[in-house]
Design a protein around this ligand. Structure first.
Ligand SMILES: O=C(O)CCC(=O)C(=O)O
Length: 345
C-alpha cells in the first residue's frame, strides 16, 4: 500500500506521466479533512482534496490480489477502448441517435477474468477500465470493510450540506494512462483514492460555454465535445479561454467534486492500475426561498429542462436548434445582455 503524499509536493507530475495542455489551471487546495477551511470549501461547493482522513481506511488494502480473492464470482462491468479514452454514453439514447458510434465497449466478466486480462495485457491491446457498483454479491470480507468506512463523517456531511441520498459507490479500476474525458455529473461526489495516482482537472460550472457540452438528447449528454488532445478551435473557439483547477490525488486522499463541476481524470501512466471509490450523493430538495439572480448551477438545471422539454416536444435535435434560434435571433439583442453572460457569476 502506498503512503499518502508529502503535501508540500502536490505537483509530482513527471513530464511523461500526464498529458500536457495549454489552458491555465490553478491548484486545488489540499487540506486536513477536519480543517475549518476544508469544511468551508465543501459548504460553498468548491473542490478540495482532503488528507489524513480514515474515511476508507478499511479499503486501503484493496489491492488487485485482495479484490480478486474477495469480490466474488458475479459479473463486473469492464469497458474497453482502443484509444484509452473512456467517454461515457447513455446506451438507451445511443440506440436511436442517428450515426452515433460508441466510444467504448462494455464487456461483462468476473473480477478474476478482469485481473487475468490486465496481467496479460500487451501494447496494442484495448485499454480496460472496470467500473462496478459495490453490491451484495461481494464476499463478507468486503462487506466488513464497507461497514468499517467512516460513515459518521460521511453522514455528518450529507446532513450538513442537506444532500439527498447516497446513490452508489462505484469501484473504479483503471489501467495506467486511462482517461475519463471532461464531463459533469448531477450529483456531489466524495472521490476516494485507494491505489495509484489520478490527475484530476476540474472546471467551475461557469465554464459551461468554454466546454461545449453535447446536446441533452445526445448519448454523450453532460460530456464535453472538445477533444482536449486536439481541440478544434474553429468549432470550439471559447475553449482557448477555459480555466481549470487541478490536483493529483494519492492513495488515502478524497477529492470533493461538487455537483455540476466538470472533471477530466487521468491515471498516471507508470501506475499499472489505479483504484478509486466514488460516493455519489443526490442534491437536496429545492430550497423553499429562491433568490435572484439564480446561481450558475440553477441556470444549468433550467437550461437542461428547457432542452429536454423542447426535445420531447419536437423529437428532433436539429429542430431544437432551429426553434431556439427562432426564439432568440434578432429578438434578444447582444449589446444589452453581453455583460451578463448566462453562466458567469
Ligand atoms: O476516475 C475516473 O476515471 C472517472 C470518475 C468520475 O468521472 C466520477 O467519479 O464522477
Amino acid at each position: 500500500m502506498a503512503e499518502a503524499r508529502d503535501v508540500t509536493t502536490t505537483t509530482d507530475k513527471s513530464d511523461d506521466e500526464f498529458a500536457k495542455f495549454d489552458f491555465s489551471v490553478s491548484e486545488i487546495p489540499c487540506l486536513h479533512y477536519q480543517s475549518v477551511e476544508a469544511e468551508r470549501l465543501i459548504s460553498c461547493e468548491k473542490p478540495v482534496v482532503l488528507r489524513d482522513s480514515r474515511v476508507i481506511s478499511t479499503a486501503m488494502k484493496w489491492s488487485l490480489d485482495y479484490l480478486e480473492a474477495n469480490m466474488g464470482d458475479s459479473k463486473c462491468n469492464v469497458y474497453s477502448s482502443q484509444t484509452g479514452r473512456f467517454k461515457y454514453f447513455d446506451d438507451k439514447k445511443a440506440q436511436t441517435f442517428p450515426g452515433f458510434e460508441c466510444p467504448m465497449q462494455l464487456n461483462e466478466m468476473t473480477f478474476d477474468e478482469f485481473v487475468r486480462k490486465v496481467r496479460e495485457w500487451k501494447a496494442g491491446d484495448r485499454a480496460l477500465y472496470l467500473q462496478q457498483a459495490l453490491n451484495d454479491t461481494v464476499k463478507p470480507s468486503i462487506v466488513r470493510d464497507f461497514i468499517g468506512f467512516d460513515w459518521d463523517w460521511l453522514n455528518f456531511h450529507q446532513a450538513k450540506q442537506k444532500w439527498g441520498p447516497l446513490t452508489s459507490n462505484l469501484v473504479l479500476i483503471a489501467m495506467g494512462g486511462n482517461i475519463t474525458p471532461a464531463h459533469y455529473d448531477e450529483q456531489h461526489n466524495f472521490f476516494c483514492q485507494v491505489e495509484g495516482r489520478k490527475r484530476c482537472i476540474l472546471f467551475h460550472p461557469d465554464q459551461f460555454e468554454c466546454l461545449y457540452p453535447h446536446p441533452v438528447s445526445h448519448p454523450c449528454d453532460r460530456q464535453s465535445q472538445v477533444d482536449f488532445d486536439r481541440p478544434d478551435f474553429s468549432r470550439f473557439p471559447k475553449f482557448k479561454h477555459v480555466k481549470g483547477w487541478e490536483t493529483i490525488v494519492h492513495p488515502g486522499e478524497i477529492l470533493y467534486i461538487p455537483m455540476y463541476w466538470w472533471h477530466y481524470i487521468e491515471s498516471a501512466k507508470s501506475d499499472t492500475t489505479t483504484t478509486s471509490i466514488t460516493f455519489w450523493y443526490r442534491s437536496g430538495p429545492t430550497p423553499q426561498e429562491i433568490t435572484w439572480p439564480l446561481s450558475v448551477e440553477q441556470k444549468i438545471a433550467v437550461t437542461r429542462n428547457i432542452e429536454k422539454m423542447l426535445h420531447d416536444a419536437l423529437k428532433n435535435t436539429e429542430e431544437v436548434r432551429e426553434l431556439l434560434h427562432m426564439i432568440v435571433d434578432g429578438r434578444y439583442p447582444c449589446e444589452r445582455w453581453d455583460h451578463e453572460r448566462p453562466f458567469t457569476q
